[in-house]
Design a binder for this molecule. Structure first.
Ligand SMILES: Nc1nc2c(ncn2[C@@H]2O[C@H](COP(=O)(O)OP(=O)(O)OP(=O)(O)O)[C@@H](O)[C@H]2O)c(=O)[nH]1
Ligand SMILES: [Mg+2]
Length: 748
């Protein structure tokens, strides 16, 4: 039956056979009768064994990916001409000795996504041929010796294993061009160094040579949770070693950063504001490998799902999205306002609901992975599949909830002891200890010194070269080269001590020595009561921006109704803040003017907090109604740059008035394009959407967006594209993707 689907090509006598996705459990006997086959693709079947494969002695390429192989097929040793072997996505635990020594031509070997913890010694016999090795997503605790002997390797993938150390030999004397190691508990070199690429790793090892290595024990600790939970109270009390009562009026604005030491551990506390308005900028600063202290007010907590979602579930979901492998310590505060029984009950309830969330996520991921795997067109979803698999491999570690009364120092002390116990536990925090060459610490100390110096401006923003020259003025660092300096900066950026966005063109030569300054900048524009801030702009400031009172009321109206701020309004808001905080000289650099974009705008756009809108009139709800299929007149560019803050788009009355209220069966899609709308996106959106990937329903969609008139002949749209929309997650359209937040599809 399978034979008619066998695609056989005669290509210069080389025979290729493709038998993918055919649910094969055994090899078709006919296949084994043709020893001329040189390329055999058997991926995505249900094979457990491949008896008889040795008959295909001319095979150069054998693909057995995504099957159910648990025992390595020993017959492969007979395939002496093999150049490419792919056994990824199986369940192989062991590869016996004496296979690879028969495969002297092997160039390409994929073993990723198995259960391997070791490789056979004789893999080294492929040393002159093997160029590509993928051993990612396995259980390796160390790089096998035989891999170190593969001197021809050009690409090596070891990500998502349990590696703690990478041997220096791995990077020396071989033409390695591509190396990936993320998702390992690396301490030597630390993963922040590995993320910098092969050059940075090499530089790290050369620095380590001939010097005393130092161990750095540092934990970035993020305090998350709703407002009034007690985050700042805990932070301050831990730091000051006494109960510090924060008043109810003293809400944290943005994020506050402080340093704290317990024994030889350094904690960088990031105290996040819990008020809703700040949530949009938090993601910029929520970084992996941190300890997350999730603070829950037990006085407010009730045993119902809504409260759970608000005080706990929301944050857990955020962590899933941003840093799915973090360690979370839930802390229940205000226990003095509850009875002992209540505390126990709430603790049990929270822990079991979090576990249920983890379980649901696991089940969802499995469900989506199975859907993709059984899809007829699964080859289109390789990227999504990889992403889902990666998500499946990492999950939050939830520590046991600690109930405390913040007004009692003994409870604060108890929390401190618990935190220390956890960070000392290598199973939970394998990354806390990092082995560093002394120069890393020296540069860090020099930077801390510069930050504290009176000559350094309050905002701590410095040009890259200026910073280097400041550092090299110090005698012991006078030989520091640019490259090593940048490597160390990259490391300090990743651990959160400084901020250097080298990937943003406009900011590549700017180092923020005080991350808090950026938070100050963000919170001027992303904060509660922004309307009042706009209304309170003084006449002097308005005059400075050549604006009138009428302009000001327009700004307020545009902001309230369209969530947009024009550049002058933003300048006035920022000016007020920076001038009052004595940072006048940095104003122009941050906000720019009509002709030049300021650094603040580059940042806000980079983190997708706002979007520049040039054609604001197009978004005017007063525009005449669009009739599908008809052309629509665009308006002229209005001159001044406007910025749209999607997070403030919460006034829906005007839209409801014109378009009617929302209906539960509406399909809600939020499409977010950055930097521009992908070519042909709307043409494709108007085509038939075939099937929902989750429920299997067929449905159609029509996008209510106008055609922009064009004088030129409009080319015919491409033939209908088929794509899937799943009930959550990201759906890919060509090179771009849209994220679907919520939808309800009825089969009509
Ligand atoms: N009785 C009692 N009061 C507490 C406890 N923990 C915190 N508080 C009080 O609760 C209020 C809020 O505490 P904060 O530490 O400011 O809360 P937060 O989580 O930092 O809030 P945001 O900064 O708005 O996100 C303060 O008035 C604290 O004194 C506690 O365990 N018992
Ligand atoms: Mg606070």
């Amino acid at each position: 039956m399978a034979q008619h689907r066998v695609c056989q090509e005669q290509d210069d006598c080389a025979r290729k056979v493709t038998l993918s996705t055919m649910r094969l459990r055994v090899l078709p006997p006919a296949l084994l009768q043709d020893p001329r086959v040189e390329s055999l693709n058997l991926d995505r079947n249900k094979l457990k064994h491949v008896p008889g494969i040795s008959k295909l002695g001319n095979l150069r390429k054998l693909i057995l990916s995504k099957n159910e192989i648990a025992d390595f097929p020993e017959e492969i040793q007979s395939l002496v001409h093999l150049e490419k072997l792919e056994l990824n996505q199986n369940q192989i635990r062991v590869i016996p000795e004496g296979i690879f020594s028969y495969l002297p031509r092997l160039k390409h070997l994929r073993l990723n996504n198995n259960r391997l913890s070791a490789l056979p010694k004789d893999l080294a016999t492929c040393s002159s041929s093997l160029q590509y090795l993928n051993m990612s997503n396995n259980l390796f605790r160390a790089v096998p010796q035989s891999v170190l002997e593969l001197v021809s390797l050009q690409e090596l993938y070891v990500q998502n294993n349990s590696l703690r150390q990478l041997p220096r030999e791995l990077f020396e004397g071989r033409p390695l061009k591509m190396f990936k190691a993320h998702g390992n508990p690396l301490r030597e070199p630390p993963s922040e160094v590995c993320a910098g690429g092969i050059q940075q790793i090499l530089s790290y090892f050369s620095q380590l040579q001939n010097c005393q290595v130092e161990e750095d024990r540092r934990v970035k600790t993020m305090f998350l949770g709703a407002s009034l939970a007690g985050k700042s109270t805990i932070c301050k009390s831990l730091k000051q070693r006494q109960v510090v009562l924060v008043s109810e009026e003293e809400r944290t604005v943005g994020i506050e950063i402080s340093e704290f030491h317990i024994q030889d551990f350094t904690f960088l506390f990031w105290d996040f504001a819990g008020q809703l308005e700040y949530y949009v900028t938090h993601h910029v600063f929520i970084t992996p490998q941190a300890l997350v202290i999730l603070v829950i007010n037990f006085q407010k907590y009730q045993l119902n799902n809504d409260i759970f979602r608000e005080l706990v579930g929301f944050w857990i979901n955020n962590l899933f999205m941003r840093v799915p492998n973090s360690v979370v310590l839930p802390v229940g505060t205000h226990t003095d306002c509850c009875t002992e029984e209540e505390v126990e009950e709430k603790k049990r309830d929270i822990m079991s609901k979090i576990q249920a969330m983890l379980e649901e996520r696991r089940a969802n991921l499995t469900h989506f992975i199975n859907n993709l795997e059984s899809s007829e067109e699964s080859e289109f979803y390789v990227d999504q599949w990889d992403r889902l698999k990666e998500m499946q491999s990492c999950t939050l570690t939830i520590l046991n909830l600690v109930p405390i009364n913040c007004t009692d120092y003994w409870d604060i002390k108890k929390l401190e002891t618990t935190i220390l116990e956890h960070v000392k536990n290598e199973e939970i925090f394998p990354n806390v200890i990092r082995v560093l060459p002394p120069v890393y610490k020296e540069v860090e100390a020099a930077i801390v010194d510069i930050v504290q110096s009176e000559e350094t401006a309050e905002y701590g923003m410095m040009d890259l070269n200026h910073l280097l020259s400041e550092i090299t003025h110090r005698e012991h660092l006078s030989h520091l080269g640019t490259e090593l300096f940048q490597d160390i900066l990259r490391y300090l950026h990743r651990i959160g001590l400084i901020i250097w966005y080298e990937e943003i063109k406009q900011l590549e030569s700017t180092v923020f020595l005080r991350p808090a300054f950026l938070i100050t900048m963000f919170k001027i524009l992303v904060r509660y009561h922004l309307v009042q801030q706009l209304e309170n702009i003084s006449v002097d400031l308005l005059v400075g921006e050549h604006a009138t009172i009428r302009d000001q009321s327009n700004w307020v109206w545009t902001f309230k109704s369209k969530a947009m701020l024009c550049q002058r309004a933003m300048r006035a808001l920022v000016k007020h803040q920076l001038y009052s905080e004595g940072m006048r000289d940095v104003f122009e650099e941050m906000v720019g003017h009509k002709a030049k974009k300021g650094k603040l705008f580059s940042l806000l756009e980079h983190f997708e907090i706002c979007l520049e809108v040039r054609n604001t009139k197009d978004l005017n709800p007063g525009a005449r109604e669009f009739v599908p299929g008809k052309r629509w007149e665009t308006t002229q560019d209005c001159g001044e740059a406007y910025y749209l803050f999607p997070t403030y788009l919460n006034q829906s009355e005007e839209v409801s008035e014109r378009w009617g209220g929302d209906h539960p069966e509406d399909l809600h899609i939020r499409a977010y394009f950055s930097p521009e709308i992908p070519e042909g996106f709307f043409q494709r959106m108007k085509e038939e959407i075939k099937t929902c990937g989750t429920c299997g329903h067929r449905f159609q969609t029509e996008l209510l967006l106008p055609k922009v008139p064009s004088d030129m002949e409009v080319p015919q749209p491409p033939p209908p594209a088929h794509y899937y929309v799943t009930s959550y997650g990201t759906t890919t359209f060509g090179p771009s993707s849209i994220h679907i937040n919520r939808q309800s599809i009825l089969d009509k």
